[in-house]
Design a protein around this ligand. Sequence first.
Ligand code: ZN
Ligand code: ZN
Length: 278
Amino acid sequence: MIDYHVHTSLCNHANGTMDQYIQNAIAAGLTEICFLDHLTLHESGKRLSMTPDYVPFYYQSARQLAHTYKNHIRIKVGLEVDYDPANADAVKRIIAPFDFDVIGGSVHFIDKINIVSSKDTEARENECIDVICRDYLLLLDEMIDNMDVDIICHLDIIKKFGRRPSAEFEKKFDELLSKISYKGLTIELNTSGYNHKANEFYPNTSLLKKCHEKNIRMTIGSDAHQPQQVARYFDKAINLLVETGYCYVSAFTRRKLHEISLTTSNHEILKIQNGGAS
Ligand SMILES: [Zn+2]
Ligand SMILES: [Zn+2]
């Protein structure tokens, strides 16, 4: 199996070296791990991200480790980029010189508010979650139009602290999923939600079913911020994907999609691009 969302200490709020994440991935029996560390230029998020001058070091270190561990595990390197309209072009310029395997897109900030921080969210406790969700979805929609990303990270992260938007947002998520499907993007089943108040995966089971109905490909990621979190809740996640009707998860090599079987015992690559989402 693969884990397509792993951080490192370079982002200043995760622990562990790349090497430690890789060792844990091998111990968990994974065949592939993808570093997807933060790149955020947003004023309120800079300190939670590697700085742009660390990107070459990050990229080269991962490539070097891919060579070192080539007989044990495949190692990929990508970035989790924050969508922030003011800095979108600057992010594109930073990424351009590198041959990343995959780019994940996330929305963590609405104006100055960090929606994944408990401190910031408490400050907005009296504000209607629907207002926050409306702004979140507008930014996500804009990101899909403006950024060249392969994976949409933690689609319904808005529920992280347990507050959920009202039912009318189902339609809005549905419209967004149609766009994601049309663009051929992959969504991740992010397993970190079981360690948050949300107490479920991102996206939730009902959205996951809609993803399948709309032929949207899925990948799987632990969003590990500590080496021991690699592959967390993966048994549960793989069962859910299979129950939902998925047979494959997406993997990427230098921005090209492969599909990895969920159902064969060795989980090796069976399909190269062009196959329908399954
Ligand atoms: Zn994130
Ligand atoms: Zn992450």
